[in-house]
Structures are given as structure tokens and as C-alpha cells.
Design a protein around this ligand. Structure first.
Ligand code: SAM
Ligand code: SF4
Length: 452
């Protein structure tokens, strides 16, 4: 008999990927996707712990789930409630204690054991936040679901860098790179099932150093080179990168591999060397500038994106000015910026010189205004250009499709549904606040088969 599974995913693309793998793992047990938690046999919250009030948000969501679970029980049904992801890893038994209706708590490195945990949950409450000796990828079934035009593929996981603000090394564990042969096989399966674009994922994706098919070690540049030849795959991307791990092979890949899109999310966090050192980022602002120069020499149209943290403990006005100076020097096509959020258990959370909230808010507003201006300028400069757009799905209005430019801009245009999955040249007509509007360029019918 079919059972209904609802997964709510918070946070990064890695969690999106994990949720898809969890759904695949549970399919042989008879679970199929439900669109909401009401009436579900199994509800999984795949949580994120990176910022803000992650724990409070999770308990508030659990409050809603508890009411649904009790309503189901009154009608003779049963809802198994599981909490996974990074909050589960960090809070562990505390969740079982505070939320007696939660049946399973599992960490990001334990989800391959979910079928067993679900079976055990019939008679006991389950906690599994261990880091296994063997990587979980060895125990996951092959990807089977239809991936869509643009798919994620995890190539690396965990982090050994221990930036002083970040929980990832504690929640995701040590850095691990999947063997290249396994990744190539997964990429082929995705392409065979219709994926035209793959985004390689990792908490530190460019720290990738996996076993090559011939027994040596490949970095990310070499891996991208091997994936580029897969029939059907037109575009490759990767995220998230660390500035210190941008090596010569990766820069050469941006120069030589047409399938590798000219877009890079390269978080810098701050433009102040003092703050970067206190964050344990292992590079200076000028080293970041030089890396960007090298990337731009290799691929002149590369569009850059970044992450910024304002109000890190001890950040002075001069430190903050160094960040806005760096933003002006580089010129970003888009970016994410956050107020520093103390994460329990990380070194910076205990620093004495925490920055008051109103100061953080002021700095964030200034930085976001500057980044927004740059994003608008970047998008505006595309108006009148013809860009190759990979159509991914229907748009909000009838007759419309939405796709991505090489620079990851979201673009909508009028086009028939059968063009989903095609790379089509679009003339950019307008730059809207978060997207571009385009129209199919008259001169060329399709760029399909051309890496664009
Ligand atoms: N590995 C990536 C790197 O080194 O740049 C970052 C991964 S982290 C999941 C994504 C972003 O969240 C970071 O780049 C940082 O800007 C932000 N972040 C992480 N911890 C934070 C904290 N405690 N407060 C505010 N932002 C934080
Ligand atoms: Fe977190 Fe990225 Fe630093 Fe690793 S490199 S500790 S994931 S911010």
C-alpha cells in the first residue's frame, strides 16, 4: 500500500539534494511524495543551522506538525515525525526531550540508514547523529528520480576549515570527496534522464580531491574536464567555493571548457584583513582581488557572486569600509549578505566584542544598497544583448517559460512548452528587480547541441 511522505527542506542546495536522495531511498518502502504534511504517514523536516533563530524556527514548525499528528491519531491514523539536517545534528537528544511526539532525529551523515530508522520507529524513538566510518554515499541507491532540466550532484561534503563563525564543520563533519568514477556515473544517469545542466555541490566544492578513475587524485578542474564530454550535458556549474582553493586547474577549466558557465559564487565574507584573520579565512582581501583578476583574465565575461557577513565581533567602521571598498573594486553581478549570527559552539560566538544589532542592521543596509546597485547595473547592461538561455520550466503567466542565462540570471520569455530543455538565444528586453524579460531572437532557431 502506498504511504505518503512529506519533506520540508530548509537552507542550502545540499539540503535540497539530500531531500531528493531521502525521497529516493524511501520509494522502495512504498512512500510517495505528498504536497503537504496533512495526512502524511511520514513527515521529515530537513533543517538548516547556519544563521538566525534556526532552533526556535524548527520548534515552532514542529508545533504545527504536532497538531496535525494528534488530529491524525484521533482518526485512527499514524504520522511518523522525523527531524534531520544540521539542527538535528547540533541539538540531537534535546529535540527528543523537548518534542515528545518526534519519533526520529537523524544527522546529515546518517540518512542512508533511514529505512531502518523508520522500521524501528514503530516500537521506539530513534536518535542517530553519528558520523559513519564509511561514507554514506556508498550506501545510497543510484539516483532514479527524473531530475528536471537542471540537476544537483553532490561531489564533496563536510569541511575542515573551521571558520570561526561557522557550524558546518561540526554539523556536516570532516571533508570528504566522492570518487570521480561514481560522480561521472551519476552525471551520465542524470543526463540520460533529461538533465541538460548539472550543478556540482559541496560545502567547499573546490576543495574537491577525489580518487580519479585511473587511481590518482583529481581536483575540481580535472573533474569538470571529465564531465564536460558527457552526451546531452550542455552546462556545468559548481557551488560553494572557497577563495583559498581556487587553483590553476580550475582557472584553466574556466578558460578552456565551454560547458563550464561563466559564473562563480566565491564568498569573501569581508574586505578587512583583520576581520578575515579573526574569521580564520586563510586569505587576505588582496589575495581575493588577485584571484578574481586571474579568473577574469581566463574568462573575461565571468560574473561573480559572493557572501558577506557584517558585524562580525570586533568589526570597526574602518573594517566595514574595507568591505565596501572591496565590493567597489570587484563589481559583483549578485551577492548574499548577512548580519553576523552567533552560532553556539563556534569560537566567534564567545568573543567579547560582539557588535550591537542596530550597528549590524545599519551596515547591512549600506552594503545591500551597494550590492543591489551593482546587480542592477549588471542586469541593465544585458538589455539589448542576445543571451543563450536554457529553458527550465513554465513561467508564471500562460505561454511563458523561465530559464537561466550563462550568468545564472532568471529570464522569462514567451515560448512553447516543448522548448523546455532547449538552449535558445533570447534578446533581453528589460531588466526587472529580480529577473530579466526576453524574447526569442529572430535570427537563430536554437543553440541546442552547442555548449552555451
Ligand atoms: N563554504 C562556504 C565558504 O567558505 O564561503 C560557505 C558556506 S555557508 C553554508 C554559506 C554562507 O553563510 C557563508 O558564506 C556565510 O556568509 C554565511 N554564514 C555562515 N555562518 C554564518 C553566521 N554565523 N552568521 C552569518 N552568516 C553566516
Ligand atoms: Fe563554513 Fe565555508 Fe568556512 Fe567551511 S569554509 S567553515 S563551510 S564558511
Amino acid at each position: 500500500m502506498k504511504k505518503r511522505l512529506f519533506i520540508k527542506t530548509y537552507g542550502c542546495q545540499m539540503n535540497v539534494y539530500d531531500s531528493a536522495r531521502i525521497a529516493e531511498l524511501l520509494t522502495p518502502l512504498g512512500y510517495e511524495a505528498a504536497t503537504g504534511p496533512e495526512g502524511a504517514d511520514l513527515v521529515i523536516l530537513n533543517t538548516c543551522h547556519i544563521r538566525d533563530k534556526a532552533v526556535e524556527k524548527m520548534f515552532s514548525e514542529l508545533g504545527t506538525i504536532r497538531r496535525l499528528k494528534h488530529a491524525q491519531e484521533r482518526h485512527g491514523g499514524r504520522m511518523v515525525v522525523a527531524v534531520g539536517g544540521c539542527v538535528a545534528q547540533a541539538e540531537g537528544a534535546e529535540i527528543l526531550e523537548r518534542a515528545p511526539f518526534v519519533d526520529i532525529v537523524f544527522g546529515p551523515q546518517a540518512y542512508h540508514r533511514l529505512p531502518e530508522m523508520v522500521a524501528r520507529a514503530a516500537t521506539e524513538r530513534v536518535l542517530d547523529t553519528s558520523f559513519p566510518a564509511e561514507p554514506k554515499f556508498d550506501y545510497l541507491p543510484e539516483t532514479s528520480a527524473t531530475p528536471g532540466v537542471s540537476a544537483f550532484l553532490a561531489v564533496q561534503e563536510g569541511c575542515d576549515k573551521f571558520c570561526t563563525f561557522c557550524v558546518v564543520p561540526y554539523t556536516r563533519g570532516a571533508e570528504y570527496s566522492r570518487p570521480a568514477a561514481e560522480i561521472i556515473a551519476e552525471a551520465r544517469r542524470l543526463a540520460d534522464s533529461g538533465a541538460r545542466e548539472i550543478t556540482l555541490l559541496g560545502q567547499n566544492v573546490n576543495a574537491y580531491h577525489g580518487l580519479s578513475p585511473k587511481g590518482g587524485v583529481w581536483g575540481l578542474g580535472e573533474l569538470i574536464g571529465a564531465l564536460a564530454g558527457i552526451p546531452g550535458l550542455a552546462r556545468l556549474r559548481y557551488t560553494t567555493s572557497h577563495p583559498k582553493d581556487v587553483d590553476d586547474a580550475l582557472i584553466a577549466a574556466h578558460r578552456d571548457i565551454a560547458e563550464l558557465m561563466p559564473y562563480l559564487h566565491l564568498p569573501v565574507q569581508s574586505g578587512s584583513d583583520r576581520v578575515l584573520a579573526a574569521m580564520n579565512r586563510r586569505h587576505t582581501a588582496d589575495q581575493y582581488r588577485r584571484t578574481v583578476e586571474r579568473l577574469r583574465r581566463a574568462r573575461p565575461d565571468i560574473a561573480l557572486s559572493s557572501d558577506f557577513i557584517v558585524g562580525f565581533p570586533g568589526e570597526s567602521e574602518a573594517d566595514f569600509r574595507a568591505t565596501t571598498d572591496l565590493v567597489r573594486d570587484i563589481g559583483f553581478a549578485q551577492a548574499f549578505s548577512f548580519k553576523y549570527s552567533p552560532r553556539p559552539g563556534t569560537p566567534a560566538a564567545n568573543a567579547a566584542d560582539q557588535i550591537p544589532e542596530p550597528v549590524k542592521a545599519d551596515r547591512l543596509a549600506i552594503l545591500q544598497a551597494l550590492l543591489h546597485e551593482q546587480q542592477q547595473a549588471f542586469n541593465q547592461a544585458c538589455v539589448g544583448e542576445v543571451l543563450p538561455v536554457l529553458f527550465e520550466k513554465p513561467g508564471r503567466h500562460p505561454g511563458q517559460l523561465v530559464g537561466r542565462s550563462p550568468y545564472l540570471q532568471s529570464i522569462h520569455a514567451e515560448a512553447p512548452a516543448e522548448r523546455i530543455g532547449d538552449i535558445v538565444p533570447l534578446t533581453i528586453r528589460a531588466a526587472l528587480p529580480n529577473s530579466l524579460a526576453g524574447a526569442i531572437a529572430p535570427q537563430s532557431p536554437s543553440l541546442d547541441g552547442v555548449a552555451a
